[in-house]
Design a protein around this ligand. Structure first.
Ligand code: 2HA
Ligand code: ZN
Length: 276
């Protein structure tokens, strides 16, 4: 089978299209990377030649030999599903860790996303805590970005706000959300700050810009971002209804939820010991 017709490319097309349709990836906003295993790559006859080598600007040696299907720099998520072989590429991290070998895609001379350093640094950080780590996803969810203007950039405050917007939140992201300061996109510095947060979280806020999410599968990471953004949308909607809250999910309700669903809330944000 040709790689173009694989379930990996198909999933990349589906997810980038969903992200676009939600309005979270205007123009060339957003980027996605998916790790493939050696066995998965070996199933395809058209992946055994290096098309060209592409330098990268940081040391990715901890990922040497790994394969990533990644969206291209400057590409529009609106278009990926029609032009996957142009707008995405499958790359292998070289042994030296300072470049990638292109095995498929980017067929008009393209390159991986400008946020590739942040993706690869996040893959490095997450693989240390989760050997099944495969996906990093970045996009610009509107209500989530708006929160970074109206609320303090405080991890506990934002995490608890989102947990209390719907019962689903705590179950989906019990560790809460990480937040970095506003930083220039595309730099190694924002990549390192994001990766540092990923030791503890799977979701990181880039204030006034967007979200970084990671996890084991495309559906899981997409679902994580969807859930976070839904909580932020409920917050926006409450404000547009006047913001006057008559009743809410309490800390005790969160503890009951955690017990019932067998999740452990980040102890820095919510103690499971009831203080009376
Ligand atoms: O890929 O979203 O952060 C375009 C961006 C940069
Ligand atoms: Zn962005």
């Amino acid at each position: 089978m040709e790689f173009k017709n694989s379930k990996y490319v198909e999933k990349m097309c589906e997810i980038t299209n969903e992200l676009y349709k939600h309005g979270w990836d205007e123009r060339n906003g957003g980027n996605v990377s998916l790790r493939l295993t050696q066995d998965e790559v070996d199933q395809f006859d058209d992946l055994n030649k290096v098309i060209r080598n592409i330098p990268i600007k940081f040391d990715a040696t901890p990922l040497a030999g790994q394969y990533y299907l990644v969206t291209g720099t400057g590409r529009y998520f609106k278009n990926v599903h029609n032009y996957p072989e142009r707008d995405t590429g499958l790359v292998k991290i070289t042994d030296e860790g300072n470049s990638v070998d292109l095995l498929w895609g980017f067929n008009d001379g393209g390159q991986p996303t400008s946020e590739f350093p942040a993706h690869l640094m996040t893959h490095i950080a997450r693989q240390k805590v989760d050997s099944n780590q495969r996906v990093v996803m970045h996009c610009h969810p509107t209500n989530w970005v708006a929160l970074s203007f109206t609320r303090n950039l405080d991890e506990k405050e934002i995490s608890k706000l989102l947990w209390k917007m719907q019962a689903e939140s705590l179950v989906v992201f019990p560790e809460g959300v990480g937040i970095i300061p506003y930083m220039t996109p595309g730099t190694n510095e924002i990549g390192q700050a994001t990766a540092d947060k990923m030791n503890e979280f799977r979701v990181v806020m880039w204030p006034h810009h967007g979200i970084f999410g990671c996890g084991d599968s495309m559906d899981e990471v997409y679902g994580l971002i969807e859930t976070v953004e839904k909580a932020a949308l409920i917050y926006t909607t409450i404000q547009s209804q006047g913001g006057d809250i008559k009743q809410e999910i309490t800390d005790d309700d969160l503890r009951d939820l955690a017990k019932s669903f067998g999740v452990t809330p980040n102890p820095k944000f919510l103690s499971m010991d009831k203080v009376k």
